[in-house]
Ligand binder design. Sequence first.
Ligand code: ADP
Ligand code: MG
Length: 267
Amino acid sequence: MARIIAIANQKGGVGKTTTCVNLAASLAAMKKRVLLIDLDPQGNATMGSGIDKYSVQHSIYDVLVHMATIADVVQRPEQGGFDVVPSNRDVIAAEVELVDVEHKERRLRAALSVGSAIYDYVLIDCPPTLNMLTLNAMVAADGVLITMQCEYFALEGLSDLLGTIGRIAQSVNPELVVEGILRTMYDPRNSLTNEVSNQLHEHFGDKVYRTVIPRNIRLAEAPSHGVPVMYYDRYSRGAKAYMALAGEILRRAERAGQAADPALAQT
Ligand code: ADP
Ligand code: MG
């Protein structure tokens, strides 16, 4: 069964899309079957995966509004090794078109209950708001991966995000957890970085990934070539960091699986 991870933070520019695209490629490089779902009308993850958002015929809009299946709208970029459900500005209309529809926040969950079966990981790139689109992601997800830049005000807004996760867990999706906290654009020379890191460890303990993503120009350049960074400069620090993150996520999953499997626990 696929593990469905929503990559979220209602702040913009904190590395959600960069993480979604590069984690997808890194998990795929480790032989996992990966689906990336772009839920942001800006379509940055779509473009960054090598799909032209201006020429897509079908997108996540069709899934949300017309109940198209994942298989109907999925695309396979030339490079990357993972599938993509694209997004573009059309998705903005979904919020309006679904306004009177019952259970509109469950549309993506319904699509994934069938469409996720052939994948090991589904990564959902959320828009920088806590809107109906982000709710769809959290209702569909097993876990929320929160990306954070270790800067002043980084923790501000986090309580809103955690509150939303808590409410969704209490109402529609009791399985939902904080998957992990990822520090992005990490610069250890900045004294605030250590301060914010310490606070994150205090609040979230081992939910904070050991892997940090350094500030790396290659990560910012790769999207303009429409490829994950490992296809642009595989020896860059950015490429290595996202491979390390994928490894950490797989090891965590293995450990969690062992703990949850009674047959293994007895041995
Ligand atoms: P979000 O999806 O949260 O808005 P993005 O992933 O789009 O954030 O990142 C915002 C900007 O910062 C983009 O231009 C991206 O290329 C750049 N960026 C993201 N992560 C890094 C990094 N680790 N090092 C350098 N630039 C980065
Ligand atoms: Mg983004």
